[in-house]
Design a protein around this ligand. Structure first.
Ligand SMILES: *Cc1c(COP(=O)(O)O)cnc(C)c1O
Length: 407
């Protein structure tokens, strides 16, 4: 840079940011968190913030990133590097942590599903990469097999490649559905107990017929062991969200599995511009943030965390139980979002309010609180995504509103 240009930049920056010392001179493009951090944008823009007693819900912005993740993002923002190189180096580290041959950071689990399938369809053929999502006449396979009970909205991620879903129920139907058009056998972990075919059988049939298998475990940690369980089991591709329990960036996720498929999947990813995946960009900051979130999640003391969730849930339980007519029940979901939950119910003869109305009162209160599922005379909650101490506020507000509704 010419000295004149530097001076121009510096003087412009001085007007905006006040007096600059020697450190700032060396970084005319300032990346330190200054004015932006001091602004309360939620307040400025009139955006409602709330205590999250519900869990990691996409529409509720998922989870709050760990400070280490924010630090990684902040650090990552300070230098240029090649996007592919960040993915190469981070991918190697992630793959080791999850017992996979290879891994890549995607823009969420949804993108991992699309890109993983794209990799299966195209292999290393760049012409095919450019042809997606138009499969007819290309020689690419066209079908994905899935158990009926495993069908959810996110299957759209698979049909985005141009493939069609073939829904089956029994083992016989599965074997009959397999043909030279079959690209992939897709399994949804959160509905694993609803289908007739188990994880192990799914993998076995895939291997027997030479069809790659994929599993969606987007919301299935904890337990942390699920990060490697399905790689160890032999699934060829495993897809997970980064911004749920792992508290990485909400717009990040991981595709892990076979090296050759992930290498092919990356042909459909940014920076390459002629692909169906070009809009699924993850910036270097989030790739680094995802890596740090995963590493922290793998290393953390999950037993201790579970104990603290239980203790904090128990505090809420004890406080609301003190209201006459209140019953509580602790439960842990069997699949997906496996954390302690508290169900609070009451007799409408004693407390005259519906679950929905109670949830709405807490939503409209100050601070605003988002509870979990609400039914007739029941609400539920989890301390999972609450900051420490917020459980006391939630308990106090619940007791207050339940007392107000006393007959
Ligand atoms: C959340 C979720 C997804 C989508 O994950 P993103 O990371 O938001 O893209 C896909 N499948 C299941 C089962 C999910 O719960």
């Amino acid at each position: 840079m010419q000295r004149r240009e530097v001076l121009k930049l510096v003087s412009a920056a001085s007007i905006i940011g006040g007096v600059f010392g020697p450190k700032q001179l060396a970084h005319a493009i300032d990346t330190a968190p200054t004015s932006a951090a001091a602004r309360n944008l939620f307040q400025e823009l009139g955006i409602r913030t709330f205590i999250n007693a519900r869990g990691t819900i996409t529409a509720m912005s998922g989870s709050l990133m760990h400070q280490e993740v924010l630090d990684a993002i902040q650090h990552g923002a300070q230098a240029f590097c090649m996007l592919d190189e960040v993915q190469d180096k981070v991918g190697e580290r992630i793959a080791k942590l999850v017992h996979a041959e290879s891994a890549v950071v995607t823009s969420g689990a949804f993108a991992a599903l699309t890109l993983g399938l794209a990799g299966v369809l195209t292999g290393m053929d760049e012409k095919k990469v450019g042809q997606l999502p138009h499969l007819a006449g290309t020689g690419m396979k066209t079908e994905v097999i899935c158990q009926k009970s495993h069908e959810i909205v996110y299957n759209k991620a698979l049909t985005n490649t141009g493939c069609k879903m073939i829904m089956i129920e029994t083992m016989d139907e599965l074997k009959n559905a397999i043909s030279d058009k079959t690209a992939l056998m897709f399994f949804l972990n959160i509905e694993a107990d609803k289908g007739q075919i188990s994880h192990e059988q799914w993998v076995e049939v895939g291997k027997q017929y030479g069809i790659p298998t994929m599993i969606d475990i987007a919301a299935d940690v904890p337990p942390v062991s699920n990060l490697w369980k399905f790689n160890d089991m032999g699934f060829d591709l495993v897809c997970i969200s980064g911004g749920k329990a792992m508290r990485g960036p909400q717009s990040a996720g991981i595709l892990m599995g076979r090296k050759n498929i992930i290498q092919a999947a990356r042909l459909s990813m940014p920076p390459r511009g002629f692909t169906i995946g070009r809009g699924m960009k993850v910036n270097k900051e989030e790739v680094l943030g995802m890596y740090v979130a995963l590493e922290k999640f793998v290393k953390q003391d999950h037993a201790a965390e579970w104990k603290s969730w239980e203790a904090r849930t128990d505090k809420v339980k004890k406080k609301v139980e003190a209201v006459a007519g209140i019953k509580t029940r602790l439960f842990v979901p069997k699949l997906g979002n496996i954390t302690p939950n508290l169900e609070i119910s009451w007799d409408p003869k004693t407390i005259n309010i519906t679950g929905d109305a109670l949830a709405e009162r807490l939503r409209k209160g100050s601070p605003s609180i988002e509870l979990g599922e609400a039914k007739e005379h029941m609400v539920s909650l989890t301390v999972w995504m609450m900051k420490v101490g917020e459980e006391d506020i939630v308990a106090t507000k619940l007791v207050e509103e339940l007392n107000k509704a006393k007959v």
